[in-house]
Design a protein around this ligand. Sequence first.
Ligand SMILES: *[C@@H]1O[C@H](CO)[C@@H](O)[C@H](O)[C@H]1NC(C)=O
Ligand SMILES: *[C@@H]1O[C@H](CO)[C@@H](O)[C@H](O)[C@H]1NC(C)=O
Ligand SMILES: *[C@@H]1O[C@H](CO)[C@@H](O)[C@H](O)[C@H]1NC(C)=O
Ligand SMILES: *[C@@H]1O[C@H](CO)[C@@H](O)[C@H](O)[C@H]1NC(C)=O
Length: 493
Amino acid sequence: MKSLLWLQALLVPAFAITSQIPLVQDEPTVSDFTVHQSSVSPDHSIRIKRQNATLCNTPVDQYTGWLDVGAKHLFFWYFKGENYPASRTASEPLALWLTGGPGGSSMLGMLQELGPCLINEHGNGTVYNEYGWNKETALLFVDQPAGVGFSYLDEGEPLPGDSFTTAADVHLFLQMFVSQVFPEHGDGPLVITGESYAGHYLPALGAQIVSQNALHPKQPQVPLKSLAIGNGYVSPLDTAYGYWETLCTTNPGVNEPVFNSTRCDIMAANLPRCMDVSRTCYEHPDPAICQAASTVCWFGVIEFYDGESYAGGRNRFDITAPCDIDEFCYANTALIQDYLNLDTTFRALNVPKAIKNFTVGSEAVADAFQATNDLEISLMPELTYLLANQIDVLIYQGNLDLACNTAGAKRWTSNMAWKGQAEFTSRELKPWKSGGEVAGTTKEVNIQMVEGDEKRTRFALVTVDGSGHMVPQDKPAVALDMLNRWLAGKAFD
Ligand SMILES: *[C@@H]1O[C@H](CO)[C@@H](O)[C@H](O)[C@H]1NC(C)=O
Ligand SMILES: *[C@@H]1O[C@H](CO)[C@@H](O)[C@H](O)[C@H]1NC(C)=O
Ligand SMILES: *[C@@H]1O[C@H](CO)[C@@H](O)[C@H](O)[C@H]1NC(C)=O
Ligand SMILES: *[C@@H]1O[C@H](CO)[C@@H](O)[C@H](O)[C@H]1NC(C)=O
């Protein structure tokens, strides 16, 4: 880690000067980075480097770098929008993608699902993705929390162990990014999106943005407009409940239930206790209580399937698919590691010596989260706070997923107490079409949340048939259509 200190000493003489450094440099410096010093805090700066299609096969401009927040260093990869006219006005849309985990690198989402380029079949390069999510918006991937992927901490720093610490760091990153590094995003709109454990990260980050904007009106504001949560782990209790419906009925869109009645009866009998202890954790989120809930639900419900999810076994992310590699199940994930670990990739990114090896999932970060209550708490309170503050929320769900199943998502979206709840639960899910074909089901409400303010806040649930956990991977055209409609404020049905 010491190797970085000289770099900052060299390039950051005083922030008033360095913040004026033009973004694109023709002459590579020793480090190849341009450094932007935060106007808000002396401890924060962003180092950024322009990349090209050799690294990620796309025609648009791309940049990589790190946010240095004191002892934490968050890696990002940023792409311009493909169809969106590059504007120098402050209202260019931006989407932030966060992969879940906890401990998952956003490089997984980028290179396996929705990035402007995807990993190739050999794991030694990338191919252009015609369904990349950066058609109508610029797109930003961040490895977070520090300790994940290409993000790292200085030696001796404790790993972040909860979604709220993480949110504070990413908020600081976004604040600088949209005000100083790419001020064309200063007025947004910003959508924060992601998958899986991002069902925890995104509500926590959204709440941090809204509260910090309000607390510091004179500081640069992060122009958050909406959240789009894919197969999100928002309410663990409901996800556990949904295991039975997903495995013991044909509701996910399968011809036969996955489990036989012997297993289904055992799970059904164990569910009430799992619910009881989980609810106690929601009400009294002491780590000891929450970890007990996790144990009770694991042995009573989850383990019957997840305990058999490994290479050659069952796939937690798609009940109809095989599992090719341990943990992630998809062979592409291993190829991403191969590619990002190439010397040429490390050199192009200027990966610091602190990172010896890129891994898609950080076990150390997962362990740090396991030591707190973060894995078991519900993030519905943060979502209701965001809705009350007029932030739109899209919940989208691949129906074949078990890990963050649609049955659970239907349950918590109905149970969440907010002004739109009664209207939302009164509506039926209706089919929606994409490319002329039925893609799944949807329902939504548009609710006036602030008295005297005409703005209506949108809360939508969209399901996608024939898709597992990773909707942009399994249904790329449908996923892009869904995103673009959301960005444009268009209806799904
Ligand atoms: C990637 O690997 C394939 C198969 O070994 C090879 O044909 C191709 O030239 C390699 N591409 C690069 C960019 O190294
Ligand atoms: C039900 O499924 C389990 C696990 O696959 C299996 O061990 C058991 O034999 C099955 N029971 C019946 C009655 O088919
Ligand atoms: C593109 O980036 C690579 C590193 O990934 C670098 O070696 C190459 O010189 C760059 N090409 C151009 C045209 O800038
Ligand atoms: C890097 O990590 C990957 C995945 O964990 C592993 O397969 C590989 O052996 C590691 N490489 C080195 C040089 O440590």
